[in-house]
Design a protein around this ligand. Structure first.
Ligand code: SAM
Ligand code: DTB
Ligand code: SF4
Length: 330
């Protein structure tokens, strides 16, 4: 990490992003690694745990999502998990070396009431375990964001998913602007923003880069940027999509790293479809965070054991104290 690192920019244009993306991979990776080293320790990876605390039956029609009630995917609607179950999962994750515990709910938006009150307790409980609590619950109001902040929530995940021009092909039940509004509520409440998207849904490279330009236009940048490779789930409209070429993932991650230098760039869904070498290239491109554990929300993920081997073979370490390493922005 260097002291004289360049300041992050918030005015990236599509043309500039395209110029980055289209470079030969050795040039692109040299550039992204240089930026990465200015802002982060290149040998450290943040390991996040994910738990679906409320699965299935969601009112939104996100075309990639097995939890949408609009599609027959075999994922059943379940009620909110009891707080005790959630906290024992968090303890287990902590035992495995996890520092951040992310709780996901298949909701379009959060409704005030018993479920939300229970979630506030879960957040406080995760904090008491000494872990960073993160939630992804759909749209939230400014007031709800304030209550989550007061309970000790560290981060809120709400993705843009794709570029504004392709968005309507993927979701019709909420607008791009509604997503941006939720992100603003999170930011205004003093919660860190986790916001990224998915590649491999049939979007063009320009769509992908437009999404990165919107993300990089947020000031400050989202502290975490998850880049998911589509997991084509049976029963969803995107079920027949082939897994994306790993080099497209590598290029997208490298661009995210260069455009949002201080952010944690998370190599998120889709690692099960990648070789260990492919994942290593993603780390070299600037990814410095992963989800650990055999299950994401409903889809599969490499086992703890496989990840242990992967990190050991690369000589990389788990990030122990996230606050100490996120040095991106003042
Ligand atoms: N319901 C909340 C929401 O949409 O914000 C929270 C959970 S939702 C499953 C979180 C994110 O997971 C989505 O925004 C999307 O980016 C990602 N995701 C969902 N299904 C996916 C899939 N099949 N492949 C890759 N990413 C996926
Ligand atoms: C994110 O960007 N990826 C995670 C997390 N945020 C919540 C979710 C990935 C979900 C993959 C499909 C599934 O498990 O159902
Ligand atoms: Fe619901 Fe979230 Fe899935 Fe969309 S991505 S259908 S909002 S659970």
């Amino acid at each position: 990490m260097t002291e004289n690192r360049p300041s992050p920019r918030y005015d990236w244009t599509l043309a500039e992003a395209r110029k980055l993306y289209d470079q030969p991979v050795p040039e692109l990776l040299f550039q992204s690694q240089t930026v990465h080293r200015d802002f982060h320790d290149p040998c450290e990876v943040q390991v996040c745990s994910l738990l679906s605390i409320k699965t299935g039956g969601c009112a939104e029609d996100c075309a990639y999502c097995p939890q949408s009630a609009h599609y027959e995917t075999g994922v059943e609607r379940e009620p909110l998990l009891p707080g005790q179950d959630v906290l024992s999962a968090a303890k287990e994750a902590r035992g495995g070396g996890g520092t951040r515990f992310c709780m996901g709910a298949a909701w379009r938006e959060v409704s005030d009431g018993e479920d939300f009150d229970n979630i506030l307790e879960m957040v406080a409980g995760v904090r008491e375990l000494g872990m960073e609590a993160c939630c992804t619950l759909g749209m939230i109001s400014a007031e709800q964001a304030g209550r989550l902040a007061a309970a000790g929530l560290r981060a809120y995940n709400h993705n843009l998913d794709t570029g504004p021009g392709y968005y309507d092909e993927i979701i019709t039940t909420r607008t791009y602007q509604e997503r941006l509004d939720t992100i603003r509520h999170v930011r205004d409440a003093g919660i860190t923003v986790c916001c990224g998207g998915i590649i491999g849904m049939g979007e063009s490279i320009a769509d992908r880069l437009e999404m990165l330009c919107v993300l990089a236009g947020l000031d400050p940048h989202p502290e975490s940027v998850p880049i998911n490779a589509l997991m084509a789930m049976e029963g969803t409209p995107l079920e027949s999509r082939e897994p994306i070429d790993t080099m497209e993932m590598v290029r997208t991650i490298a661009c995210a790293r260069i455009m949002m230098p201080g952010s944690m760039v998370r190599l998120s869904a889709g690692r099960v479809n990648m070789s260990t070498e492919g994942q290593a290239l993603c780390f070299l491109a600037g990814a410095n965070s992963i989800f650990a554990g055999e299950k994401l929300l409903t889809a599969s993920n490499p086992s703890e054991n496989e990840d242990e081997k992967l990190l050991a073979s690369l000589g990389m370490r788990r990030l122990r104290d996230p606050a100490a390493s996120v040095v991106g922005e003042p």
